[in-house]
Design a protein around this ligand. Structure first.
Ligand code: AMP
Ligand code: GLY
Length: 425
């Protein structure tokens, strides 16, 4: 079977690498891909929002399954368009992808389904939001733009003044455009964060090994928020008992509520959780694999991913056996461009990639790279996801950073403490 992956980041490279290992996969295409996906698969020069061209490509190249990486094409209805064209695509339809695309929809669904989450109010008028803040006690609070804002639409505030500024930016100045048409203002939760992802066909869920991201730019969780500077899996913070509780009280009720809302959720249900003193609570849902969580997850998955994704698309996950995992933990370190998450330059040649990849139990996933005159050059803020397995988390970390040391370009940097949170757990 030929497979088409939509996207161009480290998550999509990991998907291409893993799906290409399936005995049932023939050609693995990635649209548009990066320098790494062209090695483990074949790049196709099409944009993720050009549905007619993608559909035509899938038809002409006998693509049996299309796998959507990022949230943008899901929210824009790529899966609906493919299904209407009689093609199979893994990911939620547009109405189900709203679980990520609209925080108001997500919070209202969680409340109806009695899933633990922060107390909240929603607002369509900035004046009402400002009045609410002014009438209230001055306590830590979180202001969220309703729509997709490239991971930047959430402002965690220590008090009222900050919250008022956030409302002014999101709802008055519209720094995220129409994503700020509505607002969620919610209680600020305390605790440690973890990501629990599940693959679902709308009825049955297959929970993946828990993972932990590192969203802040610098060591010790300081500095600005980023798309994620590294991840590891499994996260010992979430033991089997807690994982079971999360399935029963969070994931399953969510999937059922989506079904009742006539928006069956097929795809990856990614719960961003805060582990509070009162138990795990949902911070947000994503409708796709996490990036970079996907990279260490797939490094450990032994089961044929193509089988799992096909079973999800065909609604027969209940017939799939349990997933098989490499018992060894995996750690993935993001190497970034100088200046990220702010302004950065691109086009720097990257050296040492093959030395890093040649190390045992190491795989270098490409994120922001491209080929230029036969050389791999930087093409984004998050450039590489250096991923390694090891007998313990500490050994996986050591292996990953040993590989990082092989790789050089002008201005390359990374966090030095990816996975240390596991050791504190
Ligand atoms: P999101 O873009 O929804 O993933 O949120 C980004 C980050 O904001 C999360 O990973 C949390 O660190 C933080 N966050 C979101 N909601 C809350 C909350 N209610 N309390 C504390 N932190 C939050
Ligand atoms: N790693 C965070 C995300 O994928 O949204």
């Amino acid at each position: 079977m030929n497979v088409l992956i939509i996207g161009s980041g480290g998550r999509e490279h990991a998907l291409a690498w893993k799906l290409a290992q399936s005995p049932r996969a023939d050609r693995v295409f990635v649209a548009p891909g990066n320098a790494g996906t062209d090695v483990d698969g074949e790049n196709v020069d099409l944009k993720p929002d050009d549905f007619p061209a993608l559909i035509q490509f899938a038809r002409e190249n006998d693509v049996g399954l299309t796998v959507v990486g990022p949230e943008g094409p899901l929210a824009a209805g790529l899966v609906d368009a493919f299904e209407e064209a009689g093609l199979r695509a893994f990911g939620p339809r547009r109405d189900a992808a709203e679980l990520e695309g609209s925080k108001v929809f997500c919070k209202d669904l969680l409340r109806r389904a009695d899933v633990p989450t922060a107390d909240y109010q929603t607002f369509t008028s900035p004046a009402d939001a400002l009045k609410f803040l002014k009438d209230r006690e001055d306590v830590p609070i979180v202001v969220k733009a309703d729509g997709l804002a490239a991971g930047k639409g959430v402002v965690v505030c220590s008090g009222r003044e900050e919250a008022i500024r956030a409302v002014e930016q999101i709802a008055c100045q519209r720094v995220f455009g129409t994503a700020g048409d509505r607002l969620v203002i919610e209680e600020r939760l305390d605790g440690r964060e973890a990501s629990v992802l599940a693959i679902t066909d709308g009825r049955t869920i297959v929970t993946l090994s828990p993972a932990q991201d590192h969203k802040r730019a610098y060591d010790g969780d300081t500095g600005p928020n980023t798309g994620g500077m590294g991840a590891y899996c499994p996260a010992p913070l979430v033991d089997d008992e807690m994982l079971h509780w999360i399935e029963e009280h969070i994931l399953v009720p969510t999937v059922h509520a989506m079904k009742r809302a006539r928006r069956p959720f097929r795809g990856v249900l990614y719960a961003g959780l805060m582990l509070t003193q009162q138990g795990p609570k949902v911070l947000e849902y994503n409708a796709r694999f996490g990036d970079p969580e996907c990279q260490p997850l797939l490094m450990r998955l032994k089961t044929d991913l193509l089988e799992v994704l096909e079973a999800a698309v065909e609604g027969r996950l209940d017939q799939l056996g349990p997933l098989e995992w490499d018992p060894r933990p995996a750690v993935s370190v993001v190497m970034a461009s100088q200046g990220y998450p702010g302004q950065y330059a691109t086009g720097h040649p990257i050296r040492g990639l093959s030395d890093a990849d040649a190390l045992p139990d190491v795989k270098v996933f490409h994120a922001g790279t491209k080929l230029h005159e036969g050389r791999v050059v930087t093409a984004g803020g998050r450039v590489l996801n250096v991923t390694a397995l090891g007998g313990t988390i500490a050994k996986a970390k050591l292996n990953a950073y040993r590989a990082v040391k092989c790789i050089r370009w002008s201005g390359a940097w990374c966090r030095k403490d990816i996975s240390d949170k596991a050791l504190q757990a």
